[in-house]
Design a protein around this ligand. Sequence first.
Ligand code: ADQ
Length: 481
Amino acid sequence: MSNASFIVVANRLPVDSVVDDEGNRTWRRSPGGLVTALEPVLRANQGTWIGWAGQTGAAPEPFEADGITLLPIELSADEIARYYEGFSNASIWPLYHDAVQPRVFRRSWWKSYYEVNTRFAEVCAAEAAPGAVVWIQDYQLQLVPAMLRERRPDLRIGFFLHIPFPPVELFMQLPHRMEILKGLLGADLVGFQRPLAAQNFLALTRHLLGYRPRGHYVTVDDRLVRADAFPISIDTAAYEEVANTERARHRAKEIRAELGEPDTVILGVDRLDYTKGIETRLKAFRELLEDGRFRVPKTVMVQVATPSRERVEQYRVLRDKVEREVGRINGEFGQVGLPAVHYLHQSFDRYELAALYQAADVMAVTPIRDGMNLVAKEYVASQIENHGALVLSEFAGAAGDLRQAFLVNPHDLTDLKDGFVTAAESSPDDKMKRMRAMRRYLRKHDVSRWARSFLTALGVPERSAAYNPGSPPAADAAEGT
Ligand code: ADQ
């Protein structure tokens, strides 16, 4: 009999497995805002995190890491191919991001998605204490809220979608759209990054199910479901702290020296994903060099593209395209020892990232569509000297929070190019004013405030340590987000 009164359910556990010299497996916690934000709540409530541990085949036994119980879910190689790479990342991901790439649907993928969601729901139903609070994360697990409610109507269920939620006409393309919508409506609270996504969701309940949403609420079988925006953020203080270390500051200077002390360093840091607009960004940079508005080596670009989803066909194609474009720009505009674009297909630790952020004069965050985009926020938090400029896509959720950024429309190449030039040429005074305002905002709106406001709206009292699973939820106590 289990007694977890607070449970997080996510596709992945926040750990990576490490095998030591003697061949023993241990676990290292993978860094991430989500786990940092939820740690106090998990600890105070004998919390459990349910998710996949990262290896196919039999799941390891439940274990503890830094005071949190981790409950691994078993996934086979076939399920990873169908549930994760297939339905989650080749069907839902492109569709929810405005179909910027054609989505692929296969019936066998759906079957696997359904089965894996059922497994998560069953494990969670067995683990939860009476009246427990369960917080389900993201697009891989959209069926879990209803599956869980069916098994455990006593639970308080929250769901948060980290990616955009599409408008009605796009969502309608999705096979099994009804099951997915009903799956989400199993939650008491459905959270999104932006208000428009919550509106899309509520409009869909009217369109597809004939419900009558009122304000942020819709009634489902005599139960009130709330849909609202909770923009995610970062652990701002932690980013400032790393940026302030001697190690990061020294490395930032070193990076600028290694780049040949240019006047302007333009930086991109993204998962290598077609939603992030890397190709268009490179094209804009190439045209600026062609037009003579930027010149190498006075202006150089650094593009960090983290390896991502490399088994999905669309991602392999993207990598080829990006690398061809980098080669083309360097072939035309580079000199011996002085490339125009420094391209790094690697992951970095937080000191190297903080150093890159500090070394950059212009940060290019230009996704075609993005739920939030934490890189934009990390850059701002790391700008301890307030001297950089953020060029930010209007189509990133972050544009709703970082209002003093140089906002651009990445679908409009002229606007994108002008945005880069304006940002690069803006006065130190202008940059400083903008950066200060954004840093102030992020200090207040950090990831723990995000978690708190979601959980308060779900009915978990402000002081989570005092949370009593049996008590009724506070009525609509969330902050206006
Ligand atoms: P992602 O699409 O993964 O997240 P993002 O929010 O930018 O996008 O987060 C990427 C993270 O990876 C950042 O924390 C960044 O520091 C890190 N990272 C990137 N490149 C790296 C590298 N080379 N080495 C090490 N770390 C690297 C999804 C949604 C987003 C939403 C988040 C959180 O798509 O819109 O903001 O979830 O909700």
